[in-house]
Design a protein around this ligand. Structure first.
Ligand SMILES: Cc1ncc(COP(=O)(O)O)c(C=O)c1O
Length: 356
């Protein structure tokens, strides 16, 4: 890795803050942005001096390769504040690793880990007022990289921009979702980019998801592209099934995003002696379990909603309602994760990262 001195970071502070114009009790996810952003350009084969500067529009040439060939990757992570005003990130090393794995798959340069951390820390200290204490409140962080080189020829760019923007998010009390198991469309394929957080993976889901929504299903559970017989993940969440008292979830492969929440749930299940099988999960076994009553829960796991229970699924015209139970695993894992993230419980795996 290139040696870069993170102390070189240039900070240009915003002269005024927008914070007093924001109604923190009525935030719509992803619509409000803090006062500052982090920007670092890749030019002449190396990352240049990074900058924290006022959040603002950018000028990019219309010929920039990102607009034509989709060289764009991103991350999603959150910062939390405890009641003493201390700021924490949750397993940020995982996001740093993952954005670089995503970049590598899209022939984009690795971003130095020390810049990633220094950038986040500088930004979070400047915008710390935007992180509200209280379980569930957080500051959603969106690191991303785009190909900026103005050139419309289908090959990797020579210049890139790495950016972090931040958006305050309120406690997310999500209603259980109804989901459709994919039978026709696919979000990713063997040897493709499904494991990367590539912008195009999300665009590819919008049309089939809009069809599902018209039929009353908020999300699609994607299946393997070749047979559509194995359940893989949801649009922005990995997915768990509880059969009696055992959890099952699909193994990671090149079609599935290696979720931080997923791997944390698997670890917490082990800590609590809840059996969790990481194995291929067939549509048929879930339909059989729904019919014989052994399917107790389905839930999604991801940074935005933490844990999101599923209340019904449809496959091939068969609709199964899932009764919402008290003391669900979904609520147990959500509570455990939120308590660790907000510095309210022991963190025996060292997942909290304090921003000092
Ligand atoms: C496709 C996809 N799967 C799973 C996840 C969950 O990953 P994480 O728990 O790291 O947020 C996300 C969200 O980032 C996602 O976009």
């Amino acid at each position: 890795m290139i040696e870069i001195n993170p102390n070189e970071i240039v900070v240009v502070k915003s002269e005024t803050s927008k914070i007093n114009t924001v109604d923190f009790s009525n935030l719509v996810f992803g619509r409000t942005f803090t006062d500052h952003m982090f920007v670092c350009d890749f030019e002449d084969g190396t990352w240049q001096t990074p900058k924290v500067m006022p959040y603002q529009a950018m000028t990019i040439e219309p010929s920039a390769r990102v607009f034509h060939y989709g060289q764009a990757v991103f991350e999603g992570m959150k910062a939390y504040k405890d009641d003493d005003g201390k700021i924490f990130l949750f397993r940020p090393d995982q996001n740093c690793d993952r954005i670089n794995k995503s970049s590598a798959r899209l022939a984009m340069p690795d971003f130095p880990e020390n810049y990633f951390f220094k950038g986040l820390e500088t930004l979070l200290k400047l915008d710390s007022e935007w992180i509200k204490p209280g379980v569930g409140n957080s500051l959603y962080l969106r690191p991303f990289v785009i190909a900026t080189e103005p050139a419309i020829s289908a090959s990797p760019a020579a210049t890139y921009r790495f950016i972090i923007i931040c958006s305050p998010a309120k406690a997310y009390y999500n209603e259980p979702v109804r989901v459709l198991f994919a039978e026709k469309y696919s979000r990713s394929a063997d040897g493709g980019v499904g494991f990367a957080k590539a912008a195009g993976n999300y665009a590819a889901q919008f049309y089939p998801t809009s069809l599902a929504q018209k039929r009353g299903y908020q999300q699609i559970i994607w299946t393997d592209a070749s047979s559509h017989q194995y359940l893989e993940e949801a649009g922005t969440m990995n997915i768990f099934f509880r059969i009696n008292n055992k959890l099952v979830t699909a193994p990671n492969n090149d079609r599935i995003l290696d979720g931080v929440t997923r791997k944390s749930v698997i670890q917490l299940a082990e800590d609590m002696n809840i059996e969790c099988d990481v194995k291929r999960v067939s549509v048929e076994e879930i339909k059989t379990a729904a019919k014989d009553g052994s399917l107790k829960e389905i839930f999604g796991a991801g940074t935005a909603a933490v844990i999101s229970p599923v209340s019904a699924f449809e496959h091939s015209g068969d609709v199964f309602e899932i009764e919402q139970i008290e003391d669900s695993y979904a609520s147990l894992f959500k509570e455990k994760l939120l308590r660790i993230q907000h510095n309210l419980s022991e963190d025996k795996h060292g997942w909290r990262y304090e921003v000092k």
